[in-house]
Design a protein around this ligand. Sequence first.
Ligand code: PGA
Length: 251
Amino acid sequence: MGVKSKIVIGNWKMNGSAELVESFTRTMLDNQAAYAGIRVVLCPPFTLLQAMADALEGGPILLGAQNVSEFEQGAHTGEISAPMLASMGTKMVIIGHSERRASRGENDRIIAAKVKQALSVGMVPVLCVGETAEEKARGDSGAVVWQQLSVVLHAIGSELFGQLIVAYEPIWAIGSGSTASTDDILTITTAIHAKLAQLGIQLPLLYGGSVNAGNAAQISSLPTISGLLVGGASLQAGQFLLLCSNTAKGA
Ligand code: PGA
């Protein structure tokens, strides 16, 4: 995937309803001019994917999912496969979000398997990486993030890895109201780009963690950043529309 236009991905997490899909998409689709030139992706929970797919049909906003099974099919009760998601028109899938790593026991092996599943059906994996507050305090942010990336890189090879989007999301910044400083974002993402470039890989790097309408333009216009992964601020249509339009203005 090219790195030209900025991307804003809204991750609804375990929130939302059919009513929210309807009112949210109406606001977004009625105001397309405000975010023309950037790519917007919405990732509702699985149960709202079909309603979201129907509401977004024919418009500029892409459909994304928050998770995918590491398996292709079979006796895996409660799982949703990559082919199932793709058949609903899902174009992207968030993989390795810190909430899943921390509370659902997702390790690097499982995450790499999910990335493979997504790629096998042509969905773009949005691979999330980031350090804890303790790791940051120890000065280990860069090493931790590179370790998370390199496990997947080794599992799938550099050619496939180049098809990913990577989201740098410091864990301590998620849902906390404090974003990483622009200096820190620049330092980490410059290092990631440099390491990947040595392998001939160029891919979009997003930032996530307490992004809102007020800070979106500044963060998304950093030279190493191709867009934003947004949690809380993607649940209210007016706020998300403003966030997208501020990103488009800064693009
Ligand atoms: P937040 O979440 O924007 O609410 O901090 C970001 C994320 O979890 O991707």
